[in-house]
Write a protein that binds this ligand. Structure first.
Ligand SMILES: Nc1ncnc2c1ncn2[C@@H]1O[C@H](COP(=O)(O)OP(=O)(O)OP(=O)(O)O)[C@@H](O)[C@H]1O
Ligand SMILES: [Mg+2]
Length: 250
């Protein structure tokens, strides 16, 4: 089977600091994969290399078997590789529905059509409403993003990304900054995502990791320490040492 995402021998340094060291990772279609590791391990850098925010020093990235290493960020999105938008990329004054419809219109190559009334983009609006309904966000459709609680805004980021119809979805700490009282909403949403999307989630909350992921990669000092099932990762003495060491230091 062709992997949804394959990262091959990826390396990157900043000056003398080797932030990504020979990283290999494969996500099959529909994978539920978590990337964990201490602060500064290089998790976000890895996502930046995969999505084209940063060029690697060496190594390659494949989506559906296609080498995308030389494509720019926008071209990578068109291959089905999407990440959650940073919060400041939401159009805060626009409604949830408008934000999601913008994403869908862009995918359909109709960015300019947005300056027309929504009534002339009924197919886009219908698709956006169907997506929001599937994610349990229909009630918020007409709410301006700025009026949502922070946890709700992070759910909208995921909805916008799904508007791009990804085959591979990269989520960099989707629960960060979300009050714990709201984090179950994120978990609920993650569980409704289509089975055929391969998902890589960076997450510090081990409850989220263990509930969501089928495979876990542990990154330490830019290199893969181990990849295994959540149960085996929980038992792994090397992984425990990394986290216990971190706790003692912190
Ligand atoms: N543009 C940059 N220039 C120089 N050093 C950088 C740059 N980006 C990241 N780094 C360094 O690379 C290392 C890895 O950073 P990265 O943000 O990838 O870690 P992380 O695992 O995502 O950490 P966290 O859990 O805190 O989000 C850190 O030491 C960081 O300071
Ligand atoms: Mg990070």
């Amino acid at each position: 089977m062709t992997a949804a995402l394959e990262v091959r021998d990826l390396c990157r340094s900043f000056g003398a600091l080797n932030v990504t060291r020979d990283v290999n990772m494969t996500l099959d279609t529909g994978a539920r994969h978590a990337l964990i590791g201490p602060n500064g391990a290089g998790k976000t850098t890895l996502i930046n290399l995969i999505t084209g925010v940063l060029p690697p020093d060496s190594g390659a990235v494949f989506v559906g078997g296609r080498d995308i290493t030389r494509l720019d960020q926008a071209a990578r999105v068109k291959t089905g590789l999407c990440r959650t938008f940073q919060i400041n990329q939401l159009f805060r004054a626009l409604t949830v529905l408008e934000n999601v419809a913008l994403s869908i219109a862009e995918r359909r190559g109709r960015g300019s059509a947005l300056f027309r009334p929504f009534s002339r983009n009924t197919d886009v609006v219908d698709e956006a409403m169907a997506l929001l309904a599937r994610l349990g966000l229909a009630e918020d459709a007409l709410t301006p993003v700025a009026a949502l609680a922070y946890g709700g805004q992070r759910l909208v980021e995921i909805a916008i990304t799904l508007g791009q119809r990804p085959t591979v979805l990269l989520l960099d700490e989707p629960a960060a900054g979300v009050p714990s009282a709201e984090s179950h909403l994120l978990l609920d949403l993650l569980e409704t995502l289509p089975d055929d999307i391969a998902i890589l989630i960076i997450e510090h909350d081990m409850d989220v990791v263990f509930r969501f992921a089928e495979r876990v990669t542990v990154l330490v000092d830019g290199a893969v320490l181990v990849e295994d099932t959540p149960a085996n990762i929980a038992e792994n003495a090397d992984v425990r040492a990394v986290y216990l060491g971190e706790r003692r230091d912190g």
